[in-house]
Design a protein around this ligand. Structure first.
Ligand SMILES: [Zn+2]
Length: 278
């Protein structure tokens, strides 16, 4: 890959994290993120900085991975010669349709077509993104890494993703950048850039609480493990906002945390998110 592209990918990742934190109403890491983003933009060569600024003013996703010959963000089928040039990485190329800067991505994990049908496209609210099979009333693990593995395996075992291992690796890499622990005992470990299918989430409860952020004293009791296809990036922010709003209410938190089985958890989650997640 072109070294400049590596720089741009890191920058993009920090921008995405900053957007997540803002949407969720978290201020813990904002100052540090802002400073890093500013420095990284200043370090870009002037023509790239200009292009970045231009794209950024329209949409915060200024990069797009190429997967299966398609620009993953806008969905345009790219000429084979362009796909090869992006793969070679000698220079930075833009998508002819959406103008985003392209990079080549090896597919980490793919959603199964069958699993996508399990959820069904026409429903509304949280039922579009999850299912009773992804509710875990009693997480067995007592630490962050164990919980992430447990939830990824649940998704794989229930047929929502092909393999758990790449998801675990990627979710841990993301946690190492900035913790996904949020206010009110929520944590939202996640994996982006998953190919195919829709956004999928699992919810795990821990009565004891999991120390998700080594820098904070608080523990997380409700853990949402989320896989996000590139095309659903913007949607993920809406979901995040909806979850943060729902569970800023202590009654909503209590009603979910008191559930003893997956069926009750699922029903309760649908009920409490009815007004906040459309
Ligand atoms: Zn495009």
């Amino acid at each position: 890959m072109h070294p400049l592209m590596n720089q741009l990918i890191q920058l993009q990742e920090l921008i995405v994290i900053r957007d997540e934190q803002k949407v969720a109403g978290e201020s813990e890491h904002l100052e540090r993120l802002d400073a890093s983003i500013k420095t990284m933009i200043a370090e870009l060569p002037p023509p790239t900085r200009l292009l970045h600024g231009k794209l950024f003013s329209k949409d915060h996703n200024v990069l797009s991975p190429v997967s299966s010959g398609i620009c993953a963000v806008c969905g345009m089928k790219l000429p084979i010669s362009l796909v090869q040039a992006v793969r070679l990485g000698r220079e930075v190329h833009s998508c002819p349709n959406c103008a985003r800067m392209l990079y080549y991505q090896d597919v980490a994990a793919r959603r199964l077509a069958e699993a996508a049908r399990k959820i069904g496209p026409r429903k509304v609210g949280i039922v579009r993104f999850s299912s009773e099979a992804l509710m875990i009333p009693n997480l067995v693990s007592g630490d962050r890494d164990g919980v992430i593995a447990e939830m990824a395996y649940q998704m794989a075992n229930e047929g929502f993703v092909d393999k758990a291992e790449p998801l675990i690796e990627e979710a841990l890499r993301r946690e190492a950048l900035v913790s996904t622990a949020m206010n009110h005992g929520l944590a939202l470990p996640h994996v982006r850039g998953v190919e195919g299918g829709g956004l999928t989430l699992a919810l795990g409860l821990s009565a004891k609480g999991i120390k998700f952020d080594p820098a904070r004293k608080v523990v997380s009791r409700m853990i949402f493990f989320i896989v996000i296809p590139t095309a659903a990036s913007a949607f993920y922010l809406k979901l995040l906002a909806g979850l943060a709003e729902t569970f800023s209410d202590s009654e909503a938190r209590k009603s979910v945390q008191e559930c003893k089985d997956a069926a009750t958890m699922w029903k309760t989650l649908i009920k409490v998110t009815r007004a906040t997640i459309k």
